[in-house]
Write a protein that binds this ligand. Structure first.
Ligand SMILES: [Zn+2]
Ligand SMILES: [Zn+2]
Length: 409
């Protein structure tokens, strides 16, 4: 039996040996502790290799081409970031480049560096644990599938004005994001670290929290170790009973996000110049316009991803922070699930920023028709990124600490 601590409620659980295809959940908060898949590391390495090849291919050919009024504009994947840079939106251009190419690329390289020696039964590479940490630290910041949704939304948006051709690189990028998704989801954090750096099970009593026994859960490699060590003996990450200043940091991020949420919705997200006529559109304005044009799916995607999700995430996290400090707050299991949802959905809000990046790169036909990013694009990406930090700073174990405290009193 291996003992593990639950990252969401800190309970020590005795984990039986799992067979292929089996999953283990925390009995208290229902967190998925681990799932064991058949030949997971080999398959993950194979898909990571395929994904890296497709990612390289997707940078070599035209991504999309746009033809209107007898003029054609061809866009490559890199240009989706480059054109933003040229229009003066350097920060936004860096975000797009990082989220769609650099971070997924770094994850794949790290994954191959760690997994290939295991698959080929060779000695591990130098800095193996650093590469392994990279995979899990950068994971939430890689947004390949969100970008694909952004491409589809922007195509529907401009399909009525021009002829659009999907280039070879577009299909390579779709293949990359599918392989990438499989490579990453095959890699179960607990099973992965157990194989690459085996460590004995901690001396702990199951059914009690790790913190009451002087132990801390490592958020990177899942090992439970004595907190006084300060650093995880397996992966080197800093050890804490609870995320330091969790509520203060979460609230600071949330307040910043609220401040940015206003300009993100009031100011224009794009400026369109058509035959000398300038039109500005806001996020809500473009969702309404798409609805009037009959593009209901795109209008709904923009409304849900850009308006509903950020707002629900802000309100949800504010409520979680408030409920944590209240005695006898009910529904800890449901509140933990709400936290997991806010953590999962946040990155999907980037879809509108990717739509802007694609439109700016693609629709550049001089005086006939051209699109530039508006100030709301940067403010909105700020909202998405800061609320992601807010969700990362919130420690769901605080929900359960209060319940334990109340039950002791
Ligand atoms: Zn739990
Ligand atoms: Zn660790």
């Amino acid at each position: 039996m291996n003992r593990v601590s639950c990252p969401d409620c800190d309970l020590i659980i005795e984990l039986p040996a799992l067979r292929d295809g089996q999953r283990a959940f925390c009995p208290r908060c229902n967190h998925l502790l681990t799932h064991r898949a058949h030949r997971a590391l080999e398959r993950s390495a194979a898909f990571a290799m395929a994904a890296l090849i497709f990612l390289i291919l997707s940078n070599l050919y035209p991504f999309l081409s746009f033809e209107a009024s007898g003029r054609e504009q061809v866009m490559t994947l890199l240009q989706s970031a480059q054109e933003l840079y040229k229009t003066g939106s350097q920060v936004l251009s860096f975000f797009v480049l990082a989220f769609i190419i650099i971070f997924p690329g770094l994850i794949l390289i790290s994954q191959l560096l760690v997994l290939m020696p295991i698959v080929l039964k060779k000695r591990p590479v130098i800095g193996c644990r650093l590469w392994a940490r990279f995979i899990f630290t950068l994971g939430p910041w890689s947004m390949a599938e969100v970008f694909i949704l952004g491409v589809l939304a922007s195509l529907t948006k401009i399909a009525s004005m021009a002829t659009i051709v999907l280039g070879l690189s577009f299909w390579a990028y779709v293949a990359f994001s599918l392989c990438f998704l499989i490579a990453v989801t095959r890699l179960d954090r607990y099973q992965f670290w157990r194989i690459i750096l085996p460590f004995p099970s901690p001396q702990a009593t199951s059914g009690q929290t790790a913190a009451t026994q002087g132990l801390a859960h490592c958020h990177i490699c899942t090992l439970t170790s004595p907190e006084h060590l300060n650093h995880c003996p397996r992966c080197g990450a800093t050890l804490h009973y609870r995320t330091p200043q969790s509520l203060q940091r979460t609230l600071a991020c949330l307040i910043t996000a609220v401040v940015l949420y206003l300009p993100a919705n009031v100011l224009p997200i794009t400026h369109t110049d058509q035959f000398g006529n300038n039109t500005d559109s806001t996020i809500i304005g473009s969702a309404i316009m798409m609805w009037h044009h009959g593009s209901y799916p795109v209008s709904l995607i923009i409304f849900i991803a850009s308006i509903l999700i950020p707002l629900a995430k802000l309100l949800g996290l504010f409520w979680l922070c408030w409920s944590v400090n209240r005695p006898n707050s009910p529904l800890p299991r449901q509140r933990t699930s709400l936290y997991r949802i806010t953590e999962f959905v946040g990155r999907w809000s980037m879809v509108d920023v990717f739509v802007v990046a694609i439109l700016v790169a693609l629709v550049q036909l001089g005086g006939i028709l051209s699109i530039r990013p508006g100030p709301a694009a940067l403010a909105f990406s700020g909202v998405v990124i800061i609320t992601m930090f807010a969700a990362e700073s919130f420690d769901p174990r605080l929900i359960w600490d209060k319940i334990e405290e109340s039950s002791r009193d």
